[in-house]
Design a protein around this ligand. Structure first.
Ligand SMILES: Nc1ncnc2c1ncn2[C@@H]1O[C@H](COP(=O)(O)OP(=O)(O)OP(=O)(O)O)[C@@H](O)[C@H]1O
Ligand SMILES: [Mg+2]
Length: 482
């Protein structure tokens, strides 16, 4: 076959470009910590050293370490690629993170690793690669003069790996205060991204940053007695099951003081941090936002729903379906799960709005005061009672239902039509109420169609059925269901 011969990428240019994938400093550090977790580390020590304006940083773990061959392979771009099967606890996917994250922050990457007594180290130096025509030649050892920076690994007396970043890009152009601010951002980010490792249901991990232990930040404020968890739901999907749990966070007044309230809000604040939290093998990928989901319209991060946060757990085997990116910073649910997620989220958002508006409390009946009751009082004049989804009977019925969306549609229809709910005053449904009804109507419609009813006839039937007959533009809302 006629060819132009091998066209290898230009080394320094490719490395530089891969570093421009859009990592923040904190996301880059998190990517390195991912590798430590995959290597079963129990402790990760991170140091940022200002070094009089020539800063460097290192990340040391006490994981399994690597053999010399392993180290060389680790330095390769795309070493273990995306198609390889991985252990369920492996946070990697692309064989790129170590390199891309590092070169987004620095020009010289040295990795030293220890197994037993043997220590090996290797480095890539972009400045050297750009000047000397050294191709893809991997350098041995630390930069002359930097050997002492590998000392912490030697002193550890255990297996482990040290990643050293030199020629940091946050270098000469920043000042010491800016540098320290950046380090603080790293701390807040790691406290959030790895909170389930720091203090939760994942394998235990300690992270020290400049000598200080990082404490977990729990987005669901589960330590607060006024946080209301929703029942755990499992969404089944051919691509892989996911589990989902909604939390309605406490009203501002329930916090001890403004500090505690702000702290619970999170690094970006209450409004920005509402929504879905997607975890891949317990590691947080997406921290808030509504993933492009919604009812009649895409949901926004609005003030009134700021107390709604929803945990989604996905395994690392369905990365492609969820479109996980190299930075592990974005995820997108597959189409097949959208309706299920919308249904669960609509319920959490509704409860969160009630709490935000101080409702539920005003009725004098706490939702959880009477756990055995099937009904709870709501703040709505129109629909003063709701069926408790967390009631054991209801939960069991939903769990055992072949079509949970349809069961939910039935519950909603009962709530909306039970004679006690019908008040004389005309009621304009809120946007959230319309969204819920549309979802329920779509579930019913889908079921009718699957039973063989002609789609057009199904639309007419659903649109005539109580309570959907009350929904404006319901026919419009049933479009696209088949
Ligand atoms: N701290 C570490 N301890 C032990 N092995 C490591 C460590 N860091 C990296 N490795 C090895 O180097 C390999 C390459 O790491 P890299 O982060 O580039 O890719 P990855 O983790 O496989 O995938 P991703 O690109 O999704 O992060 C890893 O698969 C692992 O085998
Ligand atoms: Mg990695």
């Amino acid at each position: 076959m006629a060819t132009y011969g091998q066209i290898p990428p230009s080394p320094a240019a490719l490395m530089e470009s891969l570093g421009a994938l859009g990592y923040s400093l904190e996301a880059a550090v998190a990517d390195i910590v991912d590798n430590s977790i995959s290597a079963d580390a129990a402790t990760v020590r991170i140091t940022f050293d200002w070094n009089d304006g020539a800063p460097f940083a290192w990340i040391l773990d006490d994981g399994t370490g690597m053999s010399v061959d392993g180290l060389v392979e680790a330095m390769r771009l795309g070493g273990v690629g995306p198609m390889a099967a991985r252990r369920t606890t492996d946070l990697g996917r692309f064989g790129l993170g170590l390199k891309t994250a590092s070169f987004s922050q620095c020009s010289r990457l040295t990795v030293a690793t220890r197994q037993g007594k043997s220590i090996a180290s290797a480095r890539w130096d972009l400045e050297r690669m750009a000047h000397a025509d050294s191709g893809w030649e991997l350098l041995k050892g630390a930069e002359p003069g930097s050997e002492a920076r590998l000392e912490p690994l030697k002193q550890q007396h255990r297996s482990g790996t040290l990643v050293l970043w030199e020629l940091l890009r946050t270098g000469t152009e920043t000042s010491l205060p800016r540098f320290l601010e950046a380090v603080e951002r790293v701390e807040r980010h790691l406290a959030m991204i790895f909170h389930r490792y720091l203090d939760g249901d994942a394998q235990r991990l300690h992270i020290h940053l400049n000598g200080r232990a990082i404490t977990a930040w729990d987005p669901f404020v589960t330590w607060h007695p006024a946080t209301t968890p929703k029942p755990l739901a499992r969404l089944r999907d051919p691509s892989g099951d996911v589990t989902v749990r909604g939390y309605v966070l406490p009203h501002r007044d329930r916090f001890r003081d403004e500090d505690e309230h702000q702290q619970a809000g999170g690094p970006d604040g209450w409004v920005a941090q509402q929504g879905f939290y997607v975890y891949r093998a317990y590691r947080l990928i997406v921290a808030g936002g509504w993933l492009g989901l919604g009812g009649s319209r895409e949901w926004l991060r609005d003030e009134a729903s700021q107390l709604a946060r929803i945990r989604i757990d996905i395994p690392n085997s369905i990365d492609t379906v969820w479109r996980i990116d190299v930075r592990k910073a974005t995820a997108r649910p597959p189409g097949s799960l959208r309706d299920g997620l919308i249904r669960l989220a609509a319920d959490v958002r509704r409860s969160a709005r009630d709490v935000f508006a101080h409702r539920g409390v005003r009725t004098g009946i706490q939702p959880d005061a009477m756990p055995g009751r099937l009904w709870r009082a709501t703040a709505s004049k129109r629909y003063p009672y709701a069926i408790k989804r967390e009631h054991p009977l209801v939960q069991t019925a939903i769990d055992n239902s072949a079509d949970p969306a349809l069961t939910e549609a039935l519950l909603l229809a009962i709530e909306r039509t039970v004679p006690a709910s019908i008040s004389a005053t005309p009621h304009r449904a809120t946007e959230a109420e319309v969204d819920e009804m549309v979802l329920a109507a779509r579930a019913l419609m889908r079921n009718l169609v699957s039973l063989g009813v002609d789609p057009q006839a199904a639309v007419e039937q659903v649109a005539r059925t109580e309570p959907f007959d009350q929904v404006p533009d319901i026919v419009q809302g049933l479009k696209g269901v088949d």
